[in-house]
Design a protein around this ligand. Structure first.
Ligand SMILES: [Fe+2]
Ligand SMILES: [Fe+2]
Length: 213
């Protein structure tokens, strides 16, 4: 069974594609651009603060996560939503560290840490929060969610990174393994029971039983 994608989730997914590319470019810059292109650091920080946090995270938290919690009757202080909110704060903290770092090696280390952190976060949202959340909201008859336009500051932060992506073509980090679902998440089985335990209801389990035959 396939479900049409809610407008806000479709927009957030498109932003993920761009942010994913941006992190590949940040990774490339951390290896080769840090000394050749030191001015880019300010643009990376502004992108993380204004585009990723103030625009993207703000809509995820206030427009999507809030709706999921209320409509699916989730516990706001537990499960995937809590982990994703915590990761937004961690990402913000890393952006501030990137802005303040003075030593070149430290700048590179933080940049790589940010890329890995964001990639892991995108994979969780795409495969868990967006996929499972969209299906459940559509089943409840929700076809559309509020969204908003970018502010000029947020748009400028994105535009600057479009140029950086051209200058520092996105690269994969060979030391970072990507994966979908709850299994790769550090919190799974520790501080989060995973989406099946936290979100699934009788309907889901019966469907799984029928599927498995
Ligand atoms: Fe997020
Ligand atoms: Fe996201």
């Amino acid at each position: 069974m396939s479900f049409p994608e809610i407008n806000l989730i479709a927009a957030l997914r498109e932003e993920h594609d761009f942010i994913d590319q941006a992190m590949g470019s940040l990774y490339h810059w951390s290896l080769k651009g840090r000394e050749a292109d030191p001015g880019a650091r300010k643009l990376w920080v502004e992108f993380l603060l204004h585009y990723v946090h103030e625009f993207h995270h703000q809509r995820e938290e206030e427009m999507l996560f809030t709706t999921l919690v209320s409509k699916l009757e989730l516990r706001p202080d537990n499960g995937p939503i809590r982990i994703l909110r915590e990761e937004h704060e961690q990402e913000l903290e890393l952006a501030r560290e990137l802005a303040q770092a003075e030593d070149g090696d430290e700048i590179a280390k933080i940049a790589v840490e940010i890329a890995r952190h964001v990639w892991e976060h995108l994979d969780k949202e795409n495969s868990v929060a967006f996929a499972e959340g969209n299906e459940r909201l559509v089943r409840l008859g929700i076809r559309s969610l509020d969204d908003r336009e970018m502010t000029p500051v947020e748009a400028a932060a994105r535009k600057a990174v479009e140029t950086l992506i051209e200058r520092w073509s996105p690269m994969d980090d060979p030391d970072h393994i990507r994966g979908d679902g709850c299994m790769p998440c550090y919190a799974y089985g520790e501080s989060c029971g995973g989406v099946e335990k936290e979100w699934w209801n009788q309907w889901d389990w019966e469907r799984m039983d029928n599927f498995q035959g």
